[in-house]
Design a protein around this ligand. Structure first.
Ligand SMILES: Nc1nc2c(ncn2[C@@H]2O[C@H](COP(=O)(O)OP(=O)(O)OP(=O)(O)O)[C@@H](O)[C@H]2O)c(=O)[nH]1
Ligand SMILES: [Mg+2]
Length: 282
């Protein structure tokens, strides 16, 4: 029998991390392509979990994307926040590596950039993040609209993102397929399943044009948040005997390696084009 939405809401509101490993909150880090409904998912979750009227707290747009350019935190409960994010333009390697830095807790809230000086940002974060351990357990949430079908290139890039998310957090991203009245919904859902993301939910967000609350939409949103809590509980249990400092050092080292590789590749490209154009390095 389906659970009563009020029971799910109560459970969400009562959720705590139990302060395992010093984490006192769970942060749902929302990723996704431009305009696929990340901010709308946050608006919907805030309204439904708090059982308040819809408000555009995350600044969802009317365009085809590019509205959100920085990361902002939105509180669902004292122990649960959602972090809105800049949408991926192409899901290029640079964008994926920046997503990894966020998952490793090596980025503060604020502007998101895919510039090559990101390695400097990472190195600058290390001393403080080592002594002052992050209090948020970060969980990846991947938003994808059923209006788009993944091409072979998109699929390969998504696989890279999903694998990296798993390696860093120990879980596959929770996939939210938005605009689920589109006819590609089952195909998209299967694609993500084939990439290892088994926690998937298809839903319609509340939007600026369609914000009247319905039981079905509320139920799907509550089910999504509940799924996140269950994953958080699983991760906390899995990590309870780990040494957080060792974990941090391992992840930070891997992140520095990923970012160094991007720099090396860019240098190669620049050198290659210099040679072609006959420029001599200064
Ligand atoms: N029909 C329908 N429209 C949606 C849904 N989710 C979002 N939209 C619409 O899609 C457009 C983009 O939504 P946003 O929530 O701003 O998307 P975003 O991913 O935050 O976009 P950027 O921040 O610009 O990358 C807006 O016009 C929304 O109203 C949904 O589930 N169903
Ligand atoms: Mg947005």
């Amino acid at each position: 029998m389906a659970q009563d939405p009020q029971d799910i809401r109560r459970r969400i509101n009562q959720f705590t991390t139990g302060n395992v490993l010093g984490y006192n909150r769970v942060a749902l880090q929302v990723f996704g392509m431009l305009g696929h409904g990340k901010s709308s998912l946050i608006n919907s979750s805030v309204s439904v979990v708090k059982d308040e009227e819809y408000q555009n707290v995350a600044g969802a747009g009317q365009s085809q994307g590019g509205i959100t350019t920085s990361r902002h935190e939105h509180e669902l409960t004292d122990a649960l926040v959602m972090i809105d994010n800049r949408g991926f333009q192409k899901l290029a390697k640079k964008e994926i590596v920046e997503a990894c830095a966020q998952l490793c807790s090596l980025r503060d809230i604020g502007e998101v950039s895919w510039k090559k000086d990101n390695l400097e940002v990472t190195l600058g974060q290390l001393p403080q993040k080592y002594t002052d351990r992050p209090r948020d357990l970060i969980l990846p949430v991947l938003v994808y609209s059923a209006m788009f079908f993944l091409t072979a290139d998109d699929t390969a890039n998504m696989e890279r993102l999903i694998t990296n998310s798993f390696n860093i957090t120990g879980i596959h991203p929770i996939v939210v397929i938005t605009k689920c009245s589109a006819d590609k919904v089952e195909e998209v859902k299967n694609k993500f399943g084939n990439l290892g993301a088994m926690k998937r939910i298809c839903l319609e967000n509340y939007t600026e044009n369609n914000y009247e609350r319905t039981e079905e939409k509320d139920r799907n949103i509550l089910e999504f948040v509940n799924m996140c809590i269950q994953e958080a509980e699983r991760v906390l249990k899995m990590r309870q005997n780990e040494d957080p400092q060792t974990r941090f050092i391992t992840q930070a080292t891997q992140q520095v390696e990923r970012e160094s590789e991007i720099l090396r590749e860019e240098k190669k490209t620049v050198n290659g084009s210099d040679k072609k154009s006959g420029c001599k390095p200064s």
